[in-house]
Design a protein. Structure first.
Length: 367
């Protein structure tokens, strides 16, 4: 699709598997409390907004319930769109405790590098937090005397799992319960590109010439903590680093800070201009060469070459104190982004907790 093509009509927002599981969990506890079927719930999202979710099915008795939600990807449907997300919830004898696990159709972690322990159900931290927060809110009284155990299952998860990236990253037996914001923003190349152009236009119209680009919402949040610029200066370029830089140059932007995580940066560093997870993969050979350049031991270089994900590489580098590795990543990102633009650029690599792993150019005068 041509990036300059105008989007046709407004795209419909959907919700994640994590939001689906949260809604089903809420319906289950509310059906036990009220002893009646729940038709919809208002889920509290990570950004403290609410979203109304319809409940597909609801069965209950005095101490347990089974409820389900049909996952709706909006106008960005993936393989999980239309999947039934089921929650079996039961009360336990452990007051104020909430246990969350995966059942049939929810994958299990078999490799390191994705932020979950090996053997654990593939339920990401944000959905776990969403379920816990929402259950704590609606089940406050019941938690004074009981605990709650939640088991998430996906009836078609086993057949859907191989159609996702899960097998490649070592999640077997089903899909993952995902989501960082709880909602699915429609992924339209044209509309995303139009939004980038519009945001740069706003910066220029405000008389400013500096932007803070990020690869997503979380890296933008971290960038805001260390860079003080007006609200309009922060722009999420998503997967379109090359396009965003060309637009910045076209509209006479003088300085661009670029914040992101190891996954996207590892792709940009090798010259990938469009970094969507389905469109490109992290080049482990390239990252192992960077480690070699930093005089890492041969066993560490081999580990990196065989790593599961970019996050796994980050863990290996930190565990083995490979000095200069993250500087090399930033330098190569800088080199690639600078090649298509004369704009003054500064690259900032964050870890997943928001600490800065490296910056280029840095005050140390790297290179």
């Amino acid at each position: 699709m041509d990036l300059e093509e105008k989007p046709k009509g407004k795209l419909r927002t959907g919700f994640t598997t994590g939001t689906s599981a949260t809604a089903a969990s809420m319906a289950a506890i509310l059906s036990i409390i009220n002893q009646k079927k729940i038709e919809f719930v208002d889920v509290l999202l990570p950004k403290k907004d609410y979203i109304k979710i319809n409940i597909n099915s609801c069965e209950f008795d005095k101490s347990k319930a089974r409820c389900s939600v049909i996952k709706d990807g909006g106008d960005d449907p993936d393989v999980t769109h239309g999947a039934e997300i089921v929650v079996d919830l039961e009360l336990t004898s452990k007051p104020n405790s909430i246990e969350i696990d995966g059942g049939e159709g929810v994958g299990r972690v078999t490799k390191p590098g994705i932020g979950l322990e090996i053997g654990q159900a593939a339920i990401n931290p944000t959905p776990r937090k969403m379920i816990t927060e929402n259950l704590t809110q609606v089940g406050k009284k019941i938690l004074e005397k009981n605990g709650i155990k939640v088991v998430i299952s996906v009836p078609k998860g086993k057949e859907l799992g191989p159609k996702t990236d899960n097998p490649r990253i070592g999640i077997i037996g089903g899909i993952s319960i995902l989501g960082t914001s709880g909602i699915v923003i429609p992924y339209s190349t044209a509309s995303f590109a139009a939004a980038i152009r519009q945001q740069i236009d706003v910066v220029v119209s405000m008389g400013d010439n500096t932007v803070v680009l990020s690869t997503g919402g979380r890296s933008e949040d971290y960038a805001r903590k260390i860079l003080e610029f007006p609200e309009h200066s922060f722009i999420q370029m998503g997967d379109f680093s090359g396009y965003t830089m060309s637009q910045c140059a076209k509209k006479s932007i003088k300085k661009a800070y670029v914040g992101g995580f190891i996954g996207k940066f590892a792709k940009i560093a090798t010259g990938v201009k469009q970094t969507h997870v389905k469109g490109s993969k992290v080049n482990m050979e390239f990252l192992s060469e960077l480690a070699k350049k930093c005089k890492a031991e041969e066993r560490i270089i081999k580990k990196i070459k065989n790593a599961n994900t970019a996050r796994n590489v980050q863990e290996i580098v930190l565990e083995n104190n490979v000095e200069g590795f993250f500087d090399e990543v930033c330098y190569n990102v800088y080199k690639q982004m600078k090649s298509s633009s004369k704009i003054n650029i500064e690259i900032i690599l964050f870890d997943f907790d928001g600490s800065v792993l490296a910056r280029y150019p840095s005050s140390k005068g790297f290179y």
